[in-house]
Design a protein around this ligand. Structure first.
Ligand SMILES: C[S@@+](CC[C@H](N)C(=O)[O-])C[C@H]1O[C@@H](n2cnc3c(N)ncnc32)[C@H](O)[C@@H]1O
Length: 330
């Protein structure tokens, strides 16, 4: 799984997920599917675009067309499994915008893996749990995963079942991608079948792996205090999110919700009581031109902006990331 190419302004990109190629074309004026050169007819291509996008504003809804060999009745369109760094991810190519993993975060996942052995980890705004899986692969002692969307939390749990089983030494096979046709175990070497993963994964240790479908800010105020301390807290919020009602639906016209520009400082400061001595926060931000509030320098012992976190294939700074270290010594 990797980004093949994206334009300078990131309004056109090509991402490869095993057999599938996802083209995201949000250029102004690209309001119809391109005709495909014959050489590409055999590839499974999903083409996303915004109909009627103009200089005066892109249409909000994204449309999708399946091109080449892509078919809706292909079982791997609805669900397949791909490998990144020996971790299997469940992908759903029919999911809107993204099939289940943000490819720009691969180096950050590798960093989380390096940092997590034996640690207590909290993953906020977790989506399908990519950072939680990286922590699991490292042998983290405890991992809590939080996202507002119940669907994503279920998906993260499914991913974790597979990952925990692989890490526990129970082996499994990827059906395509980097691990295509090979069988992997915790060290990336081979032995058994994908069914073994699912069977062993059914017994996910609920004490060790917590999943919460709720507002991350609410989690920090409630469960977080009871389940702390954490040695590593990962915070990768959206730039902006509308407030939601209890069933997770958008609450139109609500004045609250989340804005990284407005809420980053208070959110990051609210994590301090949850951190262990010398505990760290990995903060990732997708908002272009974002600067970390200077006031945070008073609250943390050390703040380091991370370099080289963007993988190849990206032509712009798709995210920025910082490590913030707690002041608490003991
Ligand atoms: C940028 S994605 C996070 C990507 C993720 N960290 C990963 O590694 O794949 C943002 C996620 O935040 C979730 N979200 C939005 N508002 C939230 C909130 N108030 N509390 C918890 N999750 C929220 C969305 O459902 C979405 O999954």
């Amino acid at each position: 799984m990797f980004r093949l190419w994206s334009s300078e302004g990131a309004d056109l990109s090509f991402d490869v997920y095993g057999d599938w190629v996802l083209v995201s074309d949000y250029r102004v004026g690209s309001d119809a599917a391109p005709s495909l050169p014959a050489a590409y007819e055999q590839h499974k291509i999903i083409y996303l675009y915004r109909p009627r996008a103009t200089e005066h504003g892109a249409a909000a809804k994204v449309a999708r067309i399946l091109l080449g060999a892509a078919r809706e009745d292909d079982p791997s369109y609805l669900e397949c499994q791909e490998i990144e760094a020996h971790i299997p991810y469940v992908l759903r190519m029919d999911a809107p915008l993204n099939p289940g993993i943000f490819l720009d975060s691969s180096r950050l996942r590798a960093l989380v893996e390096q940092m997590s052995e034996g640690k207590r980890v909290l993953n906020l705004f977790a989506y399908t749990g990519g950072f939680s899986l990286a922590a699991c692969r490292a042998g983290a002692a405890h991992i809590d995963t939080v996202d507002l969307s119940p669907r994503y939390v279920r998906w993260a749990e499914e991913n974790m079942r597979h990952c925990a089983a692989v890490v526990a030494g129970c082996v499994g096979r990827a059906n395509s991608g980097e691990g295509a046709g090979r069988v992997i175990d915790a060290s990336g070497v081979s032995t058994d079948s994908v069914d073994a993963i699912s069977a062993a994964g059914a017994a996910l240790d609920r004490e060790r792996y917590g999943f919460f479908a709720m507002d991350s800010l609410e989690y920090v105020r409630s469960f977080g205090r009871k389940r702390a301390p954490y040695d590593l807290i990962i915070v990768d919020p959206p730039t902006f999110a509308r407030a939601r009602n209890k069933r997770g639906k958008n609450k139109k016209g609500a004045s609250q919700g989340f804005s990284v520009e407005r809420d980053a400082q208070s959110l990051l400061e609210s994590l301090i009581p949850l951190l262990s001595p010398k505990g760290q926060v990995l903060f990732v931000c997708n908002k272009r031109g974002f600067t970390l509030p200077a006031g945070l320098k008073k609250s943390f012992a050390r703040i380091e902006q991370l370099e080289d976190t963007i993988p190849e294939g990206y032509t712009h700074q798709i995210h920025q990331a910082w490590l913030l270290t707690s002041r608490r010594q003991s």
